[in-house]
Design a protein around this ligand. Structure first.
Ligand SMILES: [Zn+2]
Length: 350
């Protein structure tokens, strides 16, 4: 799971208490749906643990299975009313098995399981139907959810109908859009949505592999690396300072040092930095001053004081995506430099 996106969702959920509209978008097979699914559970869990959905309360269980009376799902369907129910059941079955199910695969499923070759789309009738449901009260959920999967398949009339709902959102209702290409949405709809760009990751990284999640956990001052946490932290500090002040000499020295490391090298250092930046994001979101006054905390307090959450998330995202390339054996020294230059820009522009 993308740590930066999770933090973004947590913050968004905290900020918008009544209602909201979020768009998860990204080309290819990125984990757009799994992030949307995560957000839906976050919004409704009865007992969040460390800001994460618990996975066991009644809301989490129902939403995980996509069977909740307050979850309304809209997806591209072949325009044949009599198979709508079967299509929805087929979609749930497949998306739970493969949360990266794409539109082409969905078309093939419709053809093979429902026996129609009609091009699926999202028509206005479905939107009208949802609109009348939304006039009623929620059954049980804290936040009612309207999930629109492959929202770029909304036709024009449907888009305009949905726009009306977005303009005057019913209370306690969230609209969650998932789309491949945000530019295929009409501008007026797009402008009403908080967009989260989901970049592509390999499936091993987004599947819920527990140890992987643990690696990127928000724990503070944990030393999961072989080299001392202290050493990693000093490097993290140097790196952030060097990027902030565009100190190329310091950056080159640091690059050389990391390249000479015997254990872990770049990958372990980057993972450490993602971990620390996640902690910084949490620190900013919770606005909770940690009583600890060790060296690390002194730096983090100062560092966070001057940065907006958005900047921290951008830094985190940038480093996360470099991990992706490091795992694919990119030239680490060059990658480190170009990544640092990207960080210069983030510090500059924010
Ligand atoms: Zn729960």
């Amino acid at each position: 799971m993308h740590v930066s996106s999770k933090i973004y969702i947590q913050n968004l959920v905290k900020k918008n208490n009544g209602s909201g509209s979020i768009l998860f978008y990204g080309l290819n097979n990125g984990p757009k749906f799994s992030l949307a699914h995560y957000a839906i559970q976050m919004l409704n869990c009865y007992q969040l643990k460390n800001q994460e959905p618990c996975g066991v309360c009644s809301a989490c269980v129902k939403l995980k299975a996509l069977n909740h009376p307050d979850l309304h799902i809209i997806l591209p369907l072949p325009n044949e009313k009599k198979i709508d129910g079967r299509a929805l059941a087929a979609w749930k079955k497949h998306i739970i098995k493969n949360n990266q199910l794409n539109f082409e695969e969905w078309k093939r499923i419709i053809a093979s399981e429902l026996g129609t070759e009609k091009e699926p789309s999202i028509g206005s009738e479905k939107i009208s139907q949802i609109s009348s449901i939304l006039k009623l009260r929620n059954f049980e959920a804290k936040k009612r959810i309207v999930l629109i999967w492959h929202a770029e398949k909304l036709n024009t009339i449907a888009s305009n109908k949905i726009l009306k709902m977005l303009e005057e959102p019913p209370d306690k209702t969230y609209f969650i859009f998932v789309a491949s290409d945000k530019d295929e949405l009409i501008d007026t709809v797009k402008s009403r949505l908080e967009g989260i760009h989901v970049k592509e990751k390999i499936s091993a990284q987004i599947s819920e592999t527990p140890h992987r999640n643990k690696d990127l956990d928000y724990a503070f001052a944990t030393n999961t690396e072989e080299s001392p946490a202290n050493e990693n932290f000093k490097k993290f500090q140097t790196w952030m300072r060097a990027c902030h002040s565009k100190n190329i000499i310091e950056l080159n020295d640091l690059n050389l040092e990391i390249s000479k490391r015997k254990k872990g090298g770049y990958l372990s250092f980057m993972t450490f930095c993602v971990n620390k930046l996640s902690f910084c994001c949490r620190y900013v979101v919770q606005n909770k001053d940690d009583a600890q006054s060790n060296e690390e905390m002194v730096f983090i307090r100062k560092f966070c004081k001057h940065l907006k959450l958005k900047t921290l998330v951008l830094l985190l995202e940038e480093i996360e995506s470099s991990i992706y390339y490091l795992e694919r054996n990119a030239n680490s020294k060059i990658l480190f430099l170009s990544l640092s230059i990207n960080l210069f820009k983030i510090f500059d522009e924010n």
